[in-house]
Design a protein around this ligand. Structure first.
Ligand code: BGC
Length: 325
């Protein structure tokens, strides 16, 4: 083979690889710096007195609850309209002490949301005796990769490429892990709720401001599935199947059930699951729409109801922390 026709080996590929690595590292440095400045802004915001943050939980009285030797984490579930949080027994999935809920700040910038989370965590820590290592898990409505949020469908665009773990650890001064909200709810349902012992392909579909999806095969999670954004009738499916879509469009439960059914049928066609577990606030109204669904798979409401996101966020964080050490 003449020299000039020989495939080029070594250097060019290595140079390209190095250039890509340098670019990747530079992007990571920018994300880290941005996270630090958002964290400082959030820390300052968290100090500002907000009149009870419109938290519906009663003010706790008496000495803080002592969970004894139970393994406890704090679970936070960030949604489009509310942020919910509580201390969670990691081995039983039970909430310990009060369940807090505050409205999601609008706009839902990283600094404002992190400040709300910081105030909630502060309250929880004053109500339940927790060590400095007790970790915080945050379920968030976005693709999450290595603690960085990589999408922002129903939240402020500031979350795109936001190093949330780093920022929150800086503010909360304890280990923090952020995960997709549907993945968190799914993990809790598979361990403590409607998915216990369920093998094969199982979906947790969470219906709120958006439609979240978590896929499990023999109990193992495939993260960041985002089937709320699959296209149906030329649009994101969640525009019709999310719980908020029923309210926004002012349609009946029956009409909404037809739209939800269309979404579930499209998922069924692609994945052939055995079971759909329906989570989110509407899981407690399952009787109004589940009987109208025509999918072949079984459909059941989440057993942990609206707490699945809180419980699963704490559990997922504990699992990530254990895997990191
Ligand atoms: C987001 C998902 C989230 C779902 C439910 C969607 O809009 O893209 O990440 O799981 O809403 O909150």
């Amino acid at each position: 083979m003449p020299n000039e026709k020989r495939p080029k080996v070594g250097a060019p590929a290595a140079v390209e690889h190095d250039a890509a690595a340098v670019e990747h590292d530079a992007a990571a440095v920018i994300e880290h710096d941005a996270a630090a400045s958002v964290a400082d802004e959030a820390a300052a915001l968290a100090e500002i007195h907000v009149e009870n943050d419109q938290d519906k939980a009663p003010v706790a009285e008496g000495a803080p609850l002592d969970p004894g030797d139970r393994r406890v984490g704090i679970g936070v579930d960030v949604g489009g309209s509310g942020i919910k949080a509580a201390a969670v027994d990691l081995d039983t999935g039970e909430l310990i002490g009060l369940r807090h809920r505050v409205p999601t700040p609008q706009p839902s910038t990283p600094a404002a949301v992190v400040a709300s989370i910081a105030r909630m965590v502060k309250k929880i820590v004053s109500e339940v005796t927790l060590g400095p290592d007790a970790l915080v898990g945050v379920g968030f409505p976005a693709v999450v990769i290595d603690g960085v949020t990589r999408s922002a469908a129903n939240v402020d665009p500031g979350w795109l490429g936001f190093d949330a773990d780093r920022a929150m650890e800086r503010v909360l001064k304890r280990p923090v892990h952020i995960v997709n909200d549907a993945d968190a709810a799914g993990v809790a349902e598979m361990r403590f709720g409607a998915g216990i012992g369920e093998r094969g392909t199982v979906f947790l579909i969470t219906l709120g401001t958006g439609t979240g999806s978590a896929l499990f095969y023999n109990g193992m999670l495939v993260p960041n599935l985002e089937l709320g954004h699959m296209e149906i009738r030329g649009r994101d499916a969640e525009r019709r199947s999310a719980a908020a879509a029923r309210i926004r469009r002012g349609i009946s439960w029956k009409a909404w059930a037809t739209d939800l059914d269309e979404h579930l049928l499209a998922i069924e066609k692609l994945f052939s699951p055995r079971l759909f577990i329906i989570g989110g606030g509407v899981s407690k109204r399952a009787d109004l729409y589940v009987p109208k669904l025509t999918v072949r798979a079984r459909v059941v409401p989440a057993k942990l109801r609206n707490d699945a996101g809180i419980v699963g966020a704490a559990m997922a964080a504990a699992e990530q922390e254990a895997a990191a050490h």
